[in-house]
Design a protein around this ligand. Structure first.
Ligand code: FE2
Length: 357
């Protein structure tokens, strides 16, 4: 069993913001997981709804917990709370997912928004009639589902973790089959955007400097904006010079081509997206969101945080605000990590030091 990344893999991971681990999961473990999911998928339905209990099933968690992935994360990142849940992500065959892929940084709110440009206050990207969409108070649960902000003081709007670990349960080596895709190498621009927001006084995340929460399209529509402006512009520029790929109409977006049992590890700051599945088979991926252990956090590892699935572990999984002692400020720590993502990777420190002028 692999227990860490090779020197070459570490260089790639540092450069690209993600790394593929071939044959990460032994065949018997993959087979069990595939059988479990396949048996529970409704047939002949356009949308495949995966029963929620699968996310915590031991045969699904085994894809991470009983494989080299758990060892690699321990040696390259460091200790982390027990992984108790996951995201079971199935894209049906011949499914366009409603159109274009939209790369984003995980952790943003994803509720309903006004549909017309004239309903948006462009600077922060908020609905002009905010209380209609966000409720009386942004930080209270209500029509906004309570996830607009990570803290009651509204200094940080983005949930975060250390790395997304994705396992492929079917063959996705042919582009256009619903691949997990990334804006390769854009993680450092994301980190730079967080630093700029911090240095400008915040807030960090959508609605902070340089990151309108809702944006307006050229045709006057609206969309939830998953990327800081500087990253969006940089990605658009990179896409102009990007090589084209057969069966992949999205230049600048890199498909992560995985075979069954392969895995990908991507930094939280590496923008990613699901993509349309033009193939005849369901695209089956299992995602684990791993956050490095935070000493002094009284809620570390409690079930209500949902470690493994949650992209906002400073709040409860269902959006509840957790109580923290005065000595521990989870949001300040998250901001510090967002602004220095490699600081969470014990095994990457030599490479980081060598690259630091
Ligand atoms: Fe995502």
């Amino acid at each position: 069993m692999k227990t860490g990344l090779t020197g070459k893999q570490k260089q790639q991971f540092f450069r690209d913001g993600y790394i593929v681990i071939r044959n990460a999961v032994p065949e018997p473990i993959t087979r069990k997981a595939v059988a479990l999911i396949s048996a529970r998928l409704p047939e002949n339905e356009h949308r495949l709804l995966v029963p929620p209990e699968l996310a915590t099933h031991e045969d699904i968690l085994s894809l991470f917990n009983d494989t080299c992935l758990a060892r690699i994360m321990d040696s390259e990142m460091g200790p982390y709370p027990a992984v108790i849940s996951s995201q079971v992500a199935v894209t049906p065959p011949f499914n366009t997912l409603g159109g274009r892929p939209s790369p984003h940084v995980d952790g943003s709110w994803s509720g309903a928004i006004p549909g017309r440009a004239d309903e948006i206050d462009a600077a922060r990207g908020r609905p002009k009639d905010a209380s209609r969409y966000f409720g009386e108070n942004d930080n209270r649960r209500g029509s906004n589902d309570g996830q607009l902000w990570q803290d009651p003081d509204q200094t940080i709007s983005l949930g975060s973790y250390t790395a997304l670990v994705g396992v492929a349960l079917n063959d996705q080596r042919q582009p256009g089959n619903g691949q997990f895709a990334v804006l390769e190498g854009m993680h450092e621009a994301v980190e730079a955007a967080f630093r700029m927001q911090r240095d400008s006084g915040g807030p960090i995340g959508p609605e902070g400097p340089g990151w309108p929460r809702i944006k307006v399209t050229k045709s006057g529509g609206t969309f939830l904006n998953g990327l800081p402006e500087i990253v969006r512009n940089k990605a658009a520029q990179a896409a102009k010079n990007a090589a084209t790929l057969d069966g992949w109409p999205w230049p600048g977006l890199t498909p992560v081509l995985l075979n069954q049992g392969d895995a990908v590890i991507a930094l939280h700051s590496c923008p990613h997206t699901s993509t349309p599945n033009h193939g005849p088979n369901p695209r089956m991926n299992i995602y684990f969101r791993i956050r490095r252990l935070r000493e002094g956090n009284p809620h570390e590892g409690t079930r209500r945080v949902g470690h493994g699935v949650s992209d906002h572990p400073d709040r409860g999984y269902f959006g509840q605000f957790l109580k923290y002692p005065p000595s521990y400020n989870p949001w300040e720590i998250s901001v510090a990590k967002l602004c220095d993502h490699w600081s969470e990777w014990d095994g990457m420190q030599e490479i980081v030091a060598a690259a630091t002028p």
